[in-house]
Design a binder for this molecule. Structure first.
Ligand code: 4AD
Ligand code: MG
Length: 464
């Protein structure tokens, strides 16, 4: 039977069984009349050791010429292994080579540790490395756990549109979607581009967030979430920003900021628990190669209650800290990564939820607090990374929402349907957004978000 390497190594198949595994050669080692070929199919961290002898018809001409990256189909008897660190090996009765590597010396994924910068140049081949195999399986485990968590809690998954007409964050960082001929754009009477002649008959963009759309479903199905790609044309050349990233955005009806923060805390802990339980093999590798304390760090995150502080208090703490920061700390200015990291790493030593930010630095849809100066916003800050979640209670009062939109210079006509939600059965509601790649970065202890997604997009970077 054809089995995955994971099945072959799991102990679920009786030793002595005949099995076939298919995959790519990691390494080959010759020892006297034996040849050991490690084959990986990505189903688990470990490759399986395939043991070949001269009894194989193609031993000399083919098996002994296998190199890293060749694809093979190996059939043989599953047997307990003498080798260190592996319970089973495959004693081959046949090894069929399905694909050779043209020139083994120039194969880009040599069996050694390559730098992450080098591997980014080979986004199509890096999944064959130990690190990207591990990150890929952990990313999958997190995505599954996201859906499982919400399903268990009675949330419904809503697919929100990728092509949109409204700027959900009101920050003007949208990529335009157009079929117009750039060299020969139609203009209207005032000389402006005439988008009425475009594909959708109006100006359209890639979404920056599914939040506004998911709010509509929240005000009917009560507990919902969206999980999909989002796009931001921010010119940030940092290790934390992508132009295309995935975001998870739950939204809950009849809820305030406190319940929003409770949900964020339970959610993140559930996700890390799932990774520790289900991807022990990959996390052991991460702890060995990427970050020694990766596992204890996630465990500490699960064990510690989050600290909750107001923005106003956070600013006071930063000012009293005696730290020299690059960016100024002053009530009314947004917190920078260095400030967030000081708060969560130096001051509290565990995750922190900062709440109630000044209204002028946060999005138009956030609920204005009674003080008139702050909004019911929250950011969840994690040691080692800073902001991982941003959320808020939403403004459910139409008159206040209109005033906020006017203040931000947003055109009410573009948000008519969103205003309707405040006209027909409005209720207090709240939600947040978790950047999926920030979550992967944090889980795997990665230094750069470009290694948390298969094909990263950032300013000047859109290869593959
Ligand atoms: O704080 P943000 O901008 O919030 C929203 O988009 C809200 N609509 C969410 C909501 O309330 N439903 O983004 C949320 C999260 C951030 O905390 C961060 O983790 C991630 O999205 N994020 C990015 N991740 C990678 N690259 C970028 N350019 C990101 N911008 C935001
Ligand atoms: Mg934010």
């Amino acid at each position: 039977a054809v089995v995955s390497v994971q099945q072959a190594l799991s102990g679920a198949i009786a030793p002595g069984s005949e099995v076939t595994v298919r995959g790519w050669v990691r390494t080959r080692r010759d020892s006297g009349e034996l040849c050991f070929v490690n084959v990986s199919d990505g189903s688990c961290f470990d490759p399986i050791q395939v043991v070949a002898t001269a009894a194989l018809g193609n031993f000399a001409d083919e098996v002994r010429k296998l190199s890293s990256g060749c694809s093979v189909i190996a059939t043989g008897t599953l047997a307990p292994s003498m080798g260190k660190g592996q319970r089973f090996e495959l004693q081959a009765t046949a090894i069929e080579v399905t694909g050779w590597v043209d020139d083994p010396l120039t194969y880009p994924m040599q069996p050694k540790q390559h730098s992450l910068e080098y591997l980014r140049e080979y986004a199509h081949l890096r999944p064959r490395t130990n690190l990207f195999g591990a990150v890929t399986r952990i990313r999958h485990c997190l995505a599954q756990a996201v859906h499982r968590f919400f399903h268990e809690q009675g949330f419904y998954w809503i697919s929100t549109p990728i092509i949109t007409t409204s700027d959900a964050e009101g920050a003007g960082q949208m990529f335009r979607v157009s079929t117009l001929d750039l060299a020969n754009l139609p203009r209207d009477g005032r000389g402006d581009v005439d988008f009425s002649r475009d594909f959708f008959g109006k100006e359209t963009f890639l979404t920056v967030s599914g939040q506004l759309n998911v709010e509509a479903y929240c005000l009917a199905l009560s507990k919902v979430y969206t999980f999909g790609p989002t796009f931001r044309a921010e010119n940030s050349h940092t290790t934390r920003h992508l132009a295309e990233f995935w975001m998870i955005e739950p939204e809950i009806a009849f809820a305030t900021l406190k319940e929003d923060a409770d949900l964020a805390e339970a959610f993140l802990k559930y996700l890390f628990r799932a990774v520790l339980d289900e991807r022990a093999d990959d996390m052991a590798f991460i702890a060995e190669r990427v970050e020694k304390t990766a596992i204890s760090r996630l465990q500490a995150f699960i064990d510690a209650p989050f600290e909750r502080i107001d923005y106003t208090e956070a600013v006071a703490l930063l000012q009293k800290s005696g730290q020299k920061f690059d960016f100024p700390v002053e009530w009314g200015l947004d917190l920078q990564t260095e400030h967030e990291r000081w708060l969560t790493e130096q001051h509290v030593g565990r995750p922190v939820v900062v709440m109630n930010y000044p209204e002028q630095i946060k999005a138009f849809y956030m609920r204005l607090n009674d003080d008139g100066r702050t909004v019911a916003a929250m950011d969840v800050l994690a040691p080692g990374i800073g902001e991982i979640i941003g959320g808020s209670q939403r403004e459910e009062r139409l008159d206040v929402l209109d005033a906020r939109m006017a203040q931000f210079g947003l055109e009410p006509a573009h948000y008519g349907w969103y205003r309707d939600l405040r006209r027909y059965g409005s209720v207090p509601h709240a939600g947040f957004g978790l950047g999926f790649e920030r979550l992967v970065v944090y889980t795997c202890g990665l230094a750069n978000i470009r290694d948390a997604i298969p094909y990263p997009r950032a300013p000047g970077l859109a290869t593959f």
